[in-house]
Design a protein around this ligand. Structure first.
Ligand code: UGA
Length: 443
């Protein structure tokens, strides 16, 4: 593939040069990138400050519940392409030409991205990086951060690039290996091309751009997706109130090629480790630039309303008073195929129920049930439903489809179901006299 950028022609075809790569931070993005880059043939050393995590990785155990990751991790480690360390000296000794920063950028008290770790890592890198190395920022950082890192490094021979990652938990490795696009930004086109060459084996459109554009792309993409989901969930609520069938509305809407059908699945709100913090950080960043983003702010507000709507539906099902009621909950992860409960809509809804006097008994096939007052962990889906007044499905795990509705109805105190993910088949409606799915009104 030959691409022209900034008046220079870059040839990415057949360039499968192996590079020495260091990855700092082995969370979702860092670990998947480490495995993915090793799979592309590069020699990768992953560094994390957390010794327990590093020890587990050295034994071939993935600290993340992620499809296919552990098997690849073992294979690539045995092939000598992937190793892990908690000692930065090993990165120095392995002569890395590319050092990826993949540390977390959590939300600070004001809603902005907390860049403390990113900056302290950048300072450490400047003390050991080999001459002419490229520092590649994969952490999600506000516009201007990479330029600040250039200043912090205080070494004219080190180069900085922004290479945002768009992978989703649950399909992280596949998203890395089959991306919709690869985005790399740098101040100098040759640096942009050097980073892009790391991905020579991947078939995907490439965007070579400036540092600022690459940084903003990540936030813009996440905020757009979050807005789309808030809109979808608001339409689900309007469907409930107006008597429309939300599935038909969204199906027909998505058939418009300008709209498309993905990310139109209504749910009890959006959550996870990215959308909630990134939407807030984008609004905060825009405010710093004197720009209002009313649509993103509205999407955030709409999401809180979505949690409240699910909690209210459950409350109405039990007759308007949650005090002393037992609610069975299926799923606490923020979505299926992950054990991640960070900013999970299910947890927000559970809190609202508990605050109003309910006891919640929850089951999740992978996620640990958090230690919260009023929330009890159940051993199985059936046990979570047993003795409850309402069963609420809050995460769309396919395992729930295998449970027999008759068994559930018999085990419950009052057989009522709230399907917050619209996932249970019609057979359930025949068994339960009271069955309400998100986007439907209580009769
Ligand atoms: C999200 C983005 O999709 C990734 O592109 C991005 O790289 C990642 O954040 C990140 O910034 O690291 P992820 O947080 O793994 O990925 O989760 P999504 O699959 O996007 O789901 C987010 C939330 O939206 C979940 O609560 C999910 O249940 C909800 N959702 C998603 C829906 O309710 N309906 C949909 O149709 C899709």
């Amino acid at each position: 593939m030959v691409l022209e950028y900034s008046g220079i022609k870059f040839d990415f075809s057949g360039k499968e040069k192996m590079a020495n790569v260091g990855i700092i931070g082995l969370g979702y993005v860092g670990l998947t990138s480490a495995v993915g880059l090793a799979k592309l043939g590069h020699r990768v050393v992953g560094y994390d400050i957390n010794q327990i995590r590093v020890d587990a990785l050295r034994e071939g155990k993935s600290p993340l519940f992620e499809n296919g990751l552990e098997a690849q991790l073992q294979e690539l480690s045995s092939a000598g392409l992937l190793s892990f360390t908690s000692d930065l000296n090993e990165l120095r000794e392995s002569g890395t030409e590319f050092i990826f920063i993949c540390v977390a950028t959590p939300q600070d008290d004001a809603g902005a991205a907390d860049l403390t770790t990113v900056f302290s890592v950048a300072q450490e890198i400047s003390s050991f990086a080999s001459p002419d190395s490229v520092i590649v920022v994969k952490s999600t950082v506000p516009v201007g951060t990479c330029q600040r890192i250039e200043g912090l490094l205080a070494r004219a021979d080190l180069l900085v690039a922004s290479n945002p990652e768009f992978l989703r938990e649950g399909s992280a490795l596949r998203d890395f290996m089959e991306p919709d696009r690869i985005v790399v930004g740098a101040s100098d086109p040759k640096t942009t091309a050097r980073v892009m060459e790391l991905y020579a084996k991947l078939q995907a459109p490439r965007v070579l751009t400036s540092l600022e554009s690459a940084e903003l792309t990540k936030y813009a993409a996440n905020a757009y997706l979050a807005m789309r989901l808030s809109f979808t969930n608001d339409i689900a609520e309007l469907s409930a109130k107006s008597g429309a069938r939300v599935d038909d509305v969204l199906l027909a809407m998505g058939m418009d090629s300008r709209i498309g059908s993905s990310f139109l699945r209504p749910g009890p709100g959006w959550g996870g480790s990215c959308f909630p913090k990134d939407t807030l950080a984008l609004v905060s960043m825009a405010t710093d630039h004197g720009v209002e983003l009313p649509l993103v702010s509205a999407a955030i507000a709409s999401n809180s309303q979505a949690f409240a709507r699910s909690a209210n539906t459950i409350k109405r099902l039990v007759g308007g008073d949650l005090n002393g009621k037992i609610i069975g909950v299926w799923g606490v992860a923020f979505k299926a195929h992950t054990d991640d409960v960070r900013d999970s809509p299910a947890i927000s809804i559970i809190r609202l129920l508990v605050e109003q006097g309910a006891t919640v008994q929850a089951f999740d096939p992978e996620a640990l049930i958090p230690d919260l007052p009023g929330l009890v962990s159940s051993e199985s889906a059936l046990a979570a439903a047993a003795g409850s007044h309402v069963l609420a499905v809050l995460t769309e795990w396919p395992e729930f489809l295998l449970v027999n509705p008759q068994d559930v109805a018999q085990a419950m105190r009052t057989p009522m179901v709230y399907d917050g993910r619209r996932m249970l088949p019609d057979a359930w409606r025949n068994v339960f006299q009271t069955f309400v799915a998100l986007g439907e009104n209580i009769n």
